[in-house]
Design a binder for this molecule. Sequence first.
Ligand SMILES: Nc1ncnc2c1ncn2[C@@H]1O[C@H](COP(=O)(O)OP(=O)(O)OP(=O)(O)O)[C@@H](O)[C@H]1O
Ligand SMILES: O=P(O)(O)OC[C@H]1O[C@H](OP(=O)(O)OP(=O)(O)O)[C@H](O)[C@@H]1O
Length: 212
Amino acid sequence: MRKPLTIAMPKGRIFEEAAELMKQAGYDLLSNQEESRKLILEFPEQNLRIMMAKPMDVVTYVEYGTADIGIAGKDVLLEQDRDVYEVLDLGISPCYIAVAGLPNQPLSKIAPKIATKYPKVASDYFREQGEQIEIIPLNGSIEIAPLIGLADRIVDIVSTGRTLKENGLVEYEKIVGITSRLIVNPVSYRLKSKEIDEMVNQLSEVVGEDYV
Ligand SMILES: Nc1ncnc2c1ncn2[C@@H]1O[C@H](COP(=O)(O)OP(=O)(O)OP(=O)(O)O)[C@@H](O)[C@H]1O
Ligand SMILES: O=P(O)(O)OC[C@H]1O[C@H](OP(=O)(O)OP(=O)(O)O)[C@H](O)[C@@H]1O
């Protein structure tokens, strides 16, 4: 019996679009799974196993080879810089990472504080701008930080812009556009190349992107 091809699927906001893409590519395995509490799903007829992972953890499962393939936001890939192959831009869950803050507040010259869930992306960006900053790491509701004087700026995801607007914040700079990507474990890529190539080819046809 061959070992199943294991896919780490992100739970949460990417899930539905990712499951729909998989369905269009011929892998209709995930209908009604969002409501389920089961975390590992077996599909022996297709020789597939699906792991339902937190979006930030998908890359970890794929890097360690516990999943052969995964779907992860480019934001997570940029922040974590792991040893995985990024093979396809799926184009789903589009958003971008931006610098934002209270309006009309020039950035202080002396170590401005930047609150973010993306310390690496933020540090890389400000280093390129020649700015010395202090990172304030937060896990969510980042927009609170400038409102209460904890930070001068935030670096966070913007999608509709509604969260910034409703909290009286403005965008200062766009850092990078984000979509979800298909990632592959480098060893799996060699050992299971036939199954992986087949899945990536199907998905690339659906999304109309070249497989790199
Ligand atoms: N408005 C948005 N806010 C955050 N992430 C978004 C948004 N739009 C698209 N995304 C994408 O969705 C991914 C995050 O999904 P989700 O919010 O489910 O995860 P999470 O932030 O880890 O979850 P949680 O809020 O449970 O910690 C990001 O990595 C990003 O690529
Ligand atoms: O531009 P918008 O469409 O308003 O989306 C952006 C918001 O969505 C995300 O937060 P999320 O809902 O994941 O909550 P969090 O702050 O707990 O991460 C992100 O961190 C922004 O706060």
